[in-house]
Write a protein that binds this ligand. Structure first.
Ligand SMILES: *[C@@H]1O[C@H](CO)[C@@H](O)[C@H](O)[C@H]1NC(C)=O
Ligand SMILES: *[C@@H]1O[C@H](CO)[C@@H](O)[C@H](O)[C@H]1NC(C)=O
Ligand SMILES: [Zn+2]
Length: 936
């Protein structure tokens, strides 16, 4: 094993002592029992001896391959840093760069002062920790500024990390753009740097690029000089220096065919995309909304936008949804470009909220940055929460703020109710490796983070919350913080206003941040008793992770009584009595008003009955968010065996009178689980009958308000619910619905160049028409799929083709997944899973995968199929003994070859199937009886 690459011999004569040290090191490492004291370069965190001040970086990406067929970039970089603690060792991040060696050294050291710098003893690359290590013969002096200069070549790979290459085709012609993704730890793949968020510096960027191409970076272009370099006609573009910022926020773009549209009020706003997309007007929506969203955040934070311009660019090839590089935000195309002819209102909402999320980071995250990645949740949770506020300002008619309940709160409840969940915040020393850092970006960080910050803003009230926020952003501008700093300044804002809290802000928030999960609050309206308990979806699961607070929370409880009286109480202990929770006569109480609190609610039997009666008599007395909550809580409490499953079903009985999207969506999400469990049983038919009965009035309502489907309803969420109405009506066999969608589809078949179906309704209408149709409809859909030039449209057809009930067509489609000329390898897994989710395709898909497993596994290999999602997608409906038997046989049949990345998924599938069998056996009788009575 070679510990480091050959040391430089030219710059220093390696003394005998050094050799001895190296030998000594090796010997120590060979000792079996004790680990050697790790060298500084084996530690993933930088020592605190050196602090960067600024970088001068010049990069030249080549958009043509070199003679070896490789795409590369060349670069020169110097970093000026200050020594704050005496040291003879320089560690600076560098990964996968080929640093030019001069005199045997990988970098040069100089000083800004008059004294000569110490000589370099040796330099080497430390691969695992991604350092360039520079060992010195003498010491750097405290207070002095030094410069490291290096020249290097890096690969402009298509790996979506660091400075990388994005390829796409337009009119059959291959185009190449150089772009970047530095976050979280890829700046070191572009130039040597102190690549930690707290190592802020000013970046002076220069890009060298072919004449006529566009070059962009965080700062504004301030100079462009045409020249000849290496015999090539190039432009050298210099950018305005950045603010003092973290390396992960740097961005670089060079492209041959990008253009922009611009607007300027106070801040110059530019939207960049492929020439054609801009010419077709697909950037207009983003341009129109960016100004208002920036204005909103300037007012919300009460801090002006810190930069001279705001660029946003749409990239065809981008791993994340979007990235908040300071001043040059990068997006996946579908998250920035809006095509009114093709995009649905859901696409539009996504664009508005993602722009708001990224622009929120321009202050929270970029101007003030968390010190380390263990608090990713605060950065991401915050941006996710306020993205709803920014989008609401840009689109006030949408009521988009309410949707956080479905998209974040309910979504993350499902994950956070498992014994395997984890707390929001981790210890700094537990998150050190790049892969540990990447793991922090999960649903808990984003969605639970957003949920608990929304709760905090609610109990502080918004004026106090934004006051604290403003002090935080002002006091720590251009600096790094820890979460406690925010709590402290929110506390100061609380103290100033005289708001009374039961504990400090930090004391309350620690309960939600440092322990995983959330409580179910149980209210007994007979006695006034209110209690809390850690909510676990599986009551038999065992919680192994200890909690510093014993799984108890400080819970703000907003409640409302019949007659609309509202107030708040705090639950500070496990159980307490409140006279206001005692109900008399027909009174009911509704707890967790508008679901501002991050918890579920259960009631005594009588209060449940009164709430259900209220829903049936006049549901509008209960706020729409809480109608969605009652359904979601009831189903989840039933899963956890806290309430009978019939209570959950009864919470959906009033739906035949409900027109609003949120309660419907909540019910359909939950009933989907029932559908999945009972696909191959008699219950399935009963459920379909029940749903049909419930949805018919909704379908009629939309037919009426759209004047026989001649337009879509004006309301944003009404548009969503229209899709639900059509989807459920068609899939449960409502004749009117089937003729409607089949009619649209056949009009389209008659005139393929003119699609009469509204973009909102396409996914659903295609699926319904293909399900009701035969070979002719399917073949047409296939042709349209092959001809589609826009990815969103192709995706809709790809999933709709899996909706057919025709066995021959389903088998044909399954076969196509093994033919890359028909279904691209990257889509094969999705197609098989779509087919498995069709009740008529479930068995076929499973048979197909079993039959072809060896071929898929060996011929196609890892990377083409996502075997874990494949196993998970196919088996999630398994709920019978025979399916379990097949699964176990499958496991033993292929045990020799193994299951690669799907090993854990297969084990999980076996566990889940067992749990499903148990759930079905415990509930089937009760559910059947209830459905029979309801649909009789
Ligand atoms: C609850 O949400 C609705 C809809 O967003 C809103 O109109 C209402 O004011 C909210 N109620 C409270 C008490 O916050
Ligand atoms: C149909 O809509 C109109 C208003 O557009 C309304 O007055 C009428 O009550 C609706 N009819 C039904 C059956 O929903
Ligand atoms: Zn973010």
């Amino acid at each position: 094993m070679i510990h480091f690459s050959p040391m430089c011999i030219g710059c220093t004569l390696l003394g005998v002592a050094s050799v001895a040290t190296i030998v000594g090191l090796w010997t120590v490492q060979l000792l079996p029992s004790t680990d050697p004291p790790a060298e500084p370069w084996d530690q993933y965190r930088l020592p605190d001896a050196l602090v960067p001040d600024h970088y001068n970086i010049s990069l030249w990406p080549r958009l043509q391959p070199n003679i070896d067929g490789l795409f590369v970039f060349t670069g020169k970089s110097s970093v000026v840093f200050k020594c704050t603690r005496e040291t003879d060792l320089i560690l600076i991040h560098s990964n996968k760069l080929n640093l030019t060696s001069e005199d045997g050294c990988l970098a040069k050291l100089s000083t800004l002062g008059n004294t000569a710098p110490p000589l370099i003893q040796k330099t080497w690359m430390q691969k695992t920790t991604q350092y360039l290590v520079i060992q010195l013969k003498g010491k750097l002096s405290v207070g002095e500024y030094y410069v490291i200069y290096s020249e290097f070549v890096g690969e402009l790979a298509d790996d979506l990390a660091g400075f990388y290459r994005s390829e796409y085709y337009e009119n059959g012609e291959k185009k190449i753009t150089a772009t970047s993704q530095m976050h979280p730890t890829h700046a070191r793949k572009t130039f040597p740097c102190f690549d930690e968020p707290a190592m802020r510096a000013v970046f002076y960027i220069t890009l060298i690029h072919a004449r006529g191409t566009v070059a962009l970076s965080n700062g504004m272009e301030i100079e462009k000089v045409d020249t000849i370099l290496d015999g090539q006609a190039v432009t050298v573009t210099t950018f305005e220096p950045t603010k003092k910022m973290s390396s992960y926020l740097l961005a670089l773009v060079v492209s041959g065919d990008y253009t922009n549209i611009t607007s300027a009020n106070d801040t110059l706003i530019r939207i960049w995309a492929r020439d054609k997309a801009i010419a077709d007007g697909h950037g207009d929506y983003a341009l129109n909304k960016t100004g208002p969203i920036l204005k909103f955040f300037e007012r919300y934070y009460n801090v002006p936008y810190p930069l001279s311009k705001s660029d946003q660019i749409a990239l065809p090839d981008f791993y994340f949804g979007a990235m908040e590089n300071w001043g040059l935000v990068t997006y996946r195309e579908t998250n920035l470009l809006y095509d009114p002819l093709i995009s649905s209102n859901a696409n539009k909402e996504r664009i508005a909220t993602i722009i708001a999320h990224e622009l929120a980071h321009m202050w929270f995250g970029n101007l003030v940055t968390l010190r380390w990645w263990n608090e990713v949740w605060l950065n991401e949770g915050f941006a996710s929460y306020v993205s709803y506020l920014g989008a609401d300002f840009a689109e006030p008619s949408w009521n988009v703020k309410d949707l956080i309940i479905l998209k974040d709160v309910h979504r993350v409840f499902a994950v956070d109710a498992l014994a395997s969940s984890h707390p929001l915040s981790s210890k700094e020393e537990d998150i050190i490796k790049p892969e540990q850092i990447s793991e922090q970006f999960d649903a808990i960080s984003y969605s639970k983070g957003a949920s608990v910050l929304r709760m905090l803003s609610d109990f502080l009230t918004e004026p106090v919350f934004v006051q604290g926020l403003n002090t935080y952003l002002t006091r720590f501008a251009y600096q790094n913080t820890i979460g406690e700093d925010l709590w402290d300044l929110l506390q100061s804002a609380v103290d100033k206003t005289g708001l009374v809290l039961p504990l400090s802000v930090e004391g309350i928030m620690d309960r939600w941040v440092l322990q995983m999960g959330f409580p179910v609050i149980t209210v007994d309206t007979g006695t006034g008793q209110v209690s809390q308990e850690h909510f676990l979806l599986d009551p038999e699961s065992r919680v192994e992770r200890p909690s510093p607070f014993n799984y108890e929370w400080i819970v703000p409880i907003n409640w409302m009584k019949v007659g609309a009286e509202q107030s708040r109480i705090w639950l500070l202990v496990k159980t307490a009595f409140y006279s206001e929770m005692k109900m008399a006569g027909n009174e009911w109480v509704l707890v967790n008003l508008n679901v501002t609190g991050y918890y579920r609610v259960n009631y005594d039997h009588m209060n449940w009955e009164r709430l259900l009666s209220q829903l049936n008599e006049n549901h509008e007395v209960i706020p729409v968010i809480n109608r969605a909550q009652i359904v979601d809580d009831a189903f989840n409490l039933a899963r956890a065996k806290i309430v009978p499953v019939t209570l959950a079903l009864r919470s959906t009985k009033y739906l035949f009178q409900e027109k609003e999207y949120m309660p419907w969506e909540s019910a359909l999400n939950n009933l989907d689980y029932f559908n999945l469990m009972f696909t191959q049983t008699d219950v399935y038919g009963l459920l379909q009958n029940y749903l049909r009965k419930q949805v018919i009035p909704l379908f009629a309502h939309f037919k009426n308000i759209t004047e026989d489907w001649s337009h879509v309803p004006p309301g944003h969420t009404d548009q969503y619910n229209q899709v639900n109405a059509i989807r459920i009506a068609c899939s449960t066999g409502v004749q009117d619905c089937q003729s409607l969608t089949s009619g649209w589809y056949s009009q389209w078949m008659d005139k393929p160049e003119h699609n009469p179906i509204h973009p909102n309704l396409r996914s659903t209408a295609y699926c319904c028409a293909i399900a009701a149709g035969g070979t002719k409809e399917w073949d047409f859909g296939w042709q349209m799929f092959k001809d589609a030039t826009i990815a969103i449209e192709a995706d809709k057809l790809m999933s709709a083709l899996a909706c057919t009930k025709n066995r021959v067509l389903l088998e044909r489609y399954l076969g196509y997944t093994l033919d890359a000329s028909k279904i691209r390898k990257q889509d094969a897994t999705s197609v098989i899973v779509y087919i498995a989710n069709n009740p008529d395709g479930q068995i076929l898909a499973w048979d197909f995968v079993r039959k072809n497993w060896e071929y898929m596994f060996t011929e196609y290999g890892v990377g083409s199929f996502n075997f874990a999602s494949l196993i998970n997608g196919i088996t999630k409906t398994f709920s019978s003994e025979s399916q379990l038997k097949q699964l176990l046989e499958f496991q033993s049949d292929h045990s020799e070859m193994g299951f690669g990345s799907a090993t854990a998924a297969l084990q999980q599938a076996i566990e889940t199937t067992k749990a499903n069998i148990k759930w079905v056996s415990e509930n089937q009788r009760e559910i059947t009886d209830w459905l029979v009575a309801e649909t009789a």
